[in-house]
Design a protein around this ligand. Structure first.
Ligand code: NAP
Length: 243
């Protein structure tokens, strides 16, 4: 798959799936804005891409701030001249029971996932409409459909992103902008509670009972995201892909 000449803005690119996606798209020719809450981790991803011969900038951004998101997208367009692909990977997953969760923590989870995805899509779509094309891949989770103890805010946010993806797809199809979502399945990243599970551990057996494909590496999730952002999905929009 080639992304030569394409400009991609990837949130959560300082870690896990976002970082792997930034590196994969850059290795296939994309110019990448690696965006993350921490400018240092975003910068590390960008530096690794440049060292490998690719083009990238690191961008510090809090996706739940409209002003920061607008400035980050603007900087990307100034630097690379366009915005073709948006990948929304930024996320957090603090665990708490509904009876215990603090209002501020609920707001932070919804603000990062649901509002953050909305703000990035809104800013990106404005540019993509001018370009008369674009690709957006949002990241959801099977937890949105199945629920999770101590994961109510996360599951609610991911369910919201699924609905939002379908509505946005309807609104921007006429501008040749495709909006799809990926549910990657359990993936070994700092966020995942399965991150340290190994075949043979009881926790790994429990996971396999729910996810027969087992624990994936972030590079595999990145391949799925690249597929959704690539030519196979040139005319497909509003789809939620579960892996
Ligand atoms: P990760 O390694 O923790 O990466 C998430 C990144 O997002 C981190 O660098 C994090 O920074 C950053 N971030 C947090 N809040 C932010 C904000 N307000 N603005 C900008 N960046 C922010 O997690 P991951 O597993 O790769 O997750 C990527 C996406 O996949 C998430 O949407 C997650 O919900 C989804 N997902 C993951 C799994 C899995 O099993 N790993 C399964 C299904 C879906 P800090 O580290 O500083 O917080």
């Amino acid at each position: 798959m080639s992304f030569t000449g394409k400009v991609a803005f990837i949130t959560g690119a300082g870690s896990g799936i976002g970082r792997a996606t930034a590196q994969l798209l850059a290795s296939q020719g994309a110019k990448v804005a690696a965006a993350d809450l921490r400018a240092d981790t975003a910068g590390e991803t960008a530096a690794a891409i440049v060292t490998a011969g690719g083009k990238a900038i690191g961008v510090g951004v809090n996706v739940s701030s409209k002003a920061e998101v607008s400035a980050a997208i603007e900087r990307t367009v100034q630097e690379f001249g366009a915005l073709d692909i948006l990948i929304n990977c930024a996320g957090i997953y603090p665990r708490a029971l509904v009876v215990d969760i603090e209002e501020s923590q609920w707001d932070q989870v919804i603000g990062t996932h649901l509002k953050g995805t909305f703000l990035c899509c809104q800013a990106a779509v404005k540019q993509m409409i001018r370009q008369k094309s674009g690709r957006i891949v949002n990241i959801v989770s099977g937890i949105a459909l199945n629920g999770a103890r101590r994961g109510s805010a996360y599951s609610a946010a991911k369910g919201g992103i699924m609905s939002f993806t379908k509505s946005l797809a309807l609104e921007v199809r006429e501008h040749n902008i495709m909006v799809n979502a990926l549910s990657p399945g359990p993936t070994r990243t700092p966020m995942s509670s399965w991150g340290s599970a190994k075949p043979g551990d009881p926790s790994y057996a429990e996971m396999i009972s729910q996810h027969p494909q087992g624990l994936k590496e972030p590079e595999q999730a990145a391949q799925y995201i690249a597929t959704l952002a690539g030519p196979l999905f040139d005319n497909t929009t509003g789809r939620i892909m579960h892996f």
